[in-house]
Design a protein around this ligand. Structure first.
Ligand SMILES: O=P(O)(O)O[C@H]1O[C@H](CO)[C@@H](O)[C@H]1O
Length: 418
């Protein structure tokens, strides 16, 4: 009988062993190693694909997960983005790696950290995906603010696409934002409408808040109607009034959180875009006229909108500063990134605030804003807004038909004002 020798680590001796036992040992060792590798692989896969997903195992969410999470083919970054084996804690804390940081909000997990903006081809792929879902080619887009999703229900013969089913798209986490895109006809005009937007306070970088605007641009949208709910600082504004935005102050933008931070792709627009005339003057004039024609003369104003990063409503001292020092008329937590990106790529913008509450100026006041009231105030104005938006769409559509062709120099002069 031949012997092999085996090391005994307990007493540091070498024990003899029969040859057949030795081979059995080798096979058992090999199988154990394979098993461990297999379990390790499965575990890594589970923790990676869980990164952006809803914890439920519903199949539509899994689809969203694949697109939003590790399957994004982002040039050379894809390896880094997906190779981390970090997982999410169950206690709602933020976890991070060097590429992406995620937070848990309710049952949804959203990114809150640095992530590189999608490139032109990736955004084009989203636009093509959406175009493949409809036969309509829309020149007009609408973004619905808090409590204003009803505007999308005006569309006839519509196709609805949920945000979680759109490649690379964020998901809506705020009450009053439905989280879907509808494409259809409004008074026979093809229109694409976002029923729900994204805000920086949800954890999204500003480029991601404005991502849908680039998607709409590559879908062929030329004019954008943007709505929001906002608190008014003006004593002559009432809840339910409409404020047509003529200019803005962006707190995040001034603090370096512009949606255009990062490398610039000239196919979208220039490195240093001007925001002069960002809110199209002609559209503002149409809106004032239409407001009067539909009996809203006393409820329609023009003003300057300020974007607060949120989610905290302004303190009374901040409200006094916004009014008295900065001459702001209304304040909200959105819209500006969308406007900046829209203007960057030459879209024409019309934006309005539905005044959902009056800002509280008195530090000792009993009143304070809350989101339920904001949503309710917007919803209560839906029939007036329906007529207002329908009329604006018809007017804008008419104008677009008389635009020169895109390869004509005067086209860009009209769009960019130069
Ligand atoms: O701007 P929209 O999305 O309409 O919503 C506004 O309402 C919310 C606060 O009540 C904030 O999100 C604010 O920005």
């Amino acid at each position: 009988m031949s012997y092999r020798y085996r090391h005994n680590p307990n007493n540091n001796t070498v024990l003899p062993m029969t040859e057949d036992k030795f081979f059995i040992g080798v096979i058992v060792g090999f199988l154990a190693k394979c098993g461990a590798d297999f379990i390790d692989r499965i575990w890594t896969k589970m923790t990676k694909s869980d990164r952006f997903c809803d914890s439920s195992s519903d199949s539509s969410n899994n689809k969203g997960c694949n697109w939003n999470g590790c399957e994004r083919s982002h040039s050379t970054d894809s390896e880094t983005s997906c190779s981390s084996s970090e997982s999410l804690s169950s206690n709602g804390e933020v976890h991070g790696n060097d590429r992406e940081i995620v937070a848990i909000q309710g049952d949804k997990k959203t990114p809150v950290g640095e992530e590189s903006p999608l490139n032109y081809d990736e955004i084009k792929a989203i636009a093509d995906f959406l175009l493949s879902k409809t036969m309509y080619r829309c020149q007009i887009g609408i973004i619905c603010g808090s409590g204003l999703s009803e505007l999308g229900n005006l569309l006839e013969n519509r196709t609805t696409i949920h945000y979680e089913d759109i490649p690379h798209f964020p998901v809506s986490t705020v009450v009053g934002h439905k989280g879907q895109m509808v494409i259809g006809l409004l008074k026979n005009v093809p229109v694409v409408c976002m029923q729900g937007r994204f805000h920086p306070y949800e954890g999204y970088p500003t480029w991601k808040c404005a991502l849908p605007v680039r998607v709409l641009h590559l879908m062929g949208v030329k004019s954008l109607i943007i709505s929001n709910a906002a608190g008014s600082l003006m004593s002559d504004h009432r809840v339910g009034d409409i404020m047509i935005i003529k200019d803005h102050i962006s707190m995040p933008g001034l603090a370096g959180r512009s949606p255009l931070v990062g490398s610039n792709d000239n196919r979208f627009g220039t490195r240093f875009p001007s925001m002069q005339g960002a809110y199209n003057k002609k559209y503002r004039e149409y809106a004032l006229k239409i407001g009067e024609e539909i009996g809203l003369k006393d409820n329609i104003h023009e003003g300057v909108y300020c974007m607060n990063g949120g989610p905290v409503y302004e303190t009374p001292a901040e409200c006094r500063m916004l009014l008295n020092t900065l001459n702001i008329n209304a304040v909200g937590m959105s819209t500006v990134p969308e406007v900046v990106v829209a203007r960057h790529c030459g879209m024409l913008v019309f934006a309005f605030s539905l005044i959902s509450n009056k800002c509280v100026m008195d530090t000792d006041s009993e009143n304070s804003p809350n989101h339920a009231e904001v949503v309710a105030a917007c919803a209560s104005r839906k029939s007036d807004l329906k007529v207002f938006v329908e009329r604006m769409v018809l007017q804008i559509y008419n104008d677009l038909q008389s635009l020169p062709l895109e390869n004509d120099k005067s086209y860009w002069k009209l769009l960019l004002g130069k």
